[in-house]
Write a new protein. Structure first.
Length: 127
């Protein structure tokens, strides 16, 4: 097995490949196949370009500033979430209480158990 040398791509080629993915909207795998490069290599280039451009997957990279309308909406959504969490906790407590009451009622109820059938004992005795 011979050692293979790692291919090097100049910055212009990388930028052109990323531009093709962005402008055409084609999947990375199709563009990579057309260019004769590994799809994971092109995917990494596209990700690096997104990070460099500041569009790293929905403000996941941190350090991004929000517009005033976005920050207001975020505050509203956080308040709404807190309210829903409280409501869920109240409903869960009510359900737990009701479940406990039903279990107590069930435990107090008399249980009727059928006597075991002796079918199998008769069959063994006949053999």
């Amino acid at each position: 097995m011979g050692a293979t040398t790692r291919r090097r791509f100049d910055p212009e080629f990388r930028a052109g490949a990323v531009r093709i993915v962005k402008e055409t909207g084609k999947p990375v795998s199709h563009v990579a196949r057309d260019l004769g490069i590994n799809e994971y290599t092109l995917h990494n280039w596209v990700q690096m370009d997104r990070h460099a451009g500041g569009q790293a997957g929905g403000n996941g990279g941190g350090g991004g500033t929000l517009k005033e309308s976005e920050s207001e909406e975020l505050a509203r959504l956080r308040r709404e979430k807190a309210e829903l969490v409280k409501q869920h906790a109240r409903e869960k407590a009510a359900w737990d209480k009701e479940r406990a009451e039903l279990e107590d009622e069930r435990d107090d109820a008399p249980m009727f158990v059928k006597p075991a059938l002796r079918r199998f004992a008769l069959v063994r005795a006949l053999l």
